[in-house]
Design a protein around this ligand. Structure first.
Ligand SMILES: Cc1cc2nc3c(=O)[nH]c(=O)nc-3n(C[C@H](O)[C@H](O)[C@H](O)COP(=O)(O)OP(=O)(O)OC[C@H]3O[C@@H](n4cnc5c(N)ncnc54)[C@H](O)[C@@H]3O)c2cc1C
Length: 255
């Protein structure tokens, strides 16, 4: 299988669709050719209506870059946005076997290609877990970086909105170097209060400070992904805690 250019539009085929939460579906796309990408990168998606109208959006890859170096499929985690043009098309119209125009991989800033096993911190809000999930899966798949200490703080509205819950919990239970902290912001105590890793609150400065004690040293790199206001608030908390600005990488999905 040959490799393709990352700037030309390609046709990918929807291989599977999985309802991951009430607002997020996972789409596995078969790529037209081997396409190496780095954990954290995204692809552009372009929809074209019969009258020629086009809409283009970006979606992060949530799957691992393995089998490295030439994966032939990618997974997107698409959150349904009320009145959203492209996300509602994905949720309401796309079916297995459909062909979708994509271009990528794109992005070099919000990526993780560890050279040394230095501690990494991640803070995700909602579907902002997508590129971070690719990094976590990459770590699990690549022997050389399996021991990289990783701390994930994941904010979701309710238990049902927590994406990749079983996979993340399984890694956290079995891997002493992976630390998971889930903040459920709109949950009922009865439903979620006694589940492992769950906290019924918002992520704030004191919570991050306490979570950082799971790492032997300050993280060498921190990744924050989600809506703009979430990303900004979390980045400010990290700066207040003395984490250097140049070690913080952010990706904003929307307002
Ligand atoms: C680099 C990058 C990676 C991204 N990766 C993902 C991903 O992995 N999964 C994913 O679901 N999205 C991701 N996004 C967001 C995605 O590109 C779209 O912006 C999103 O799906 C909304 O598009 P839409 O056409 O449905 O909504 P639009 O028609 O563009 O917007 C409809 C309304 O919703 C508002 N809106 C737009 N986006 C959001 C949002 N995220 N939250 C709340 N309100 C919003 C708009 O301001 C507008 O008022 C990413 C964005 C970027 C820049």
């Amino acid at each position: 299988m040959s490799q393709v250019s990352t700037i030309d539009w390609q046709i990918a085929t929807v291989r599977s669709i999985h309802v991951e939460s009430p607002r997020v579906k996972l789409f596995t796309l078969e790529l037209p050719a081997e396409t190496p990408f780095r954990a954290g990168q995204h692809f552009d998606v372009r929809l074209t209506a019969s009258d020629g109208y086009q809409a283009q959006r970006s979606y992060s890859v949530s799957s691992s870059p393995e089998p490295a170096p030439n994966p032939t499929s990618i997974e997107f985690a698409v959150e349904l946005i009320a009145d959203g043009e492209v996300s509602s098309y994905f949720h309401e119209a796309v079916e297995v076997g459909d062909q979708i125009e994509i271009r990528g991989p794109i992005g070099g800033h919000f990526t993780w290609s560890p050279i040394a096993a230095k501690p990494v911190m991640m803070i995700a809000g909602g579907s902002g877990i997508a590129p971070i999930m690719s990094m976590i899966r990459h770590r699990s798949n690549a022997d050389v970086i399996k021991k990289t200490p990783m701390l994930l703080m994941f904010s979701a509205r309710t238990e049902a909105d927590m994406l990749f819950a079983a996979e993340l919990e399984s890694i956290a239970v079995n891997d002493p170097d992976f630390h998971l902290i889930v903040a459920l912001t709109r949950s009922e105590e009865v439903a979620s209060g006694n589940r492992p890793f769950r906290h019924l609150r918002r992520i704030d400065g004191p919570m991050i400070e306490s979570a950082l004690s799971n790492l032997a040293t300050h993280p060498s790199r921190s990744y924050i992904c989600g809506g703009s206001s979430f990303v900004e608030a979390m980045a400010n908390h990290l700066l207040d805690l003395g984490i250097p600005n140049n070690s913080i990488r952010t990706e904003r999905f929307g307002p």
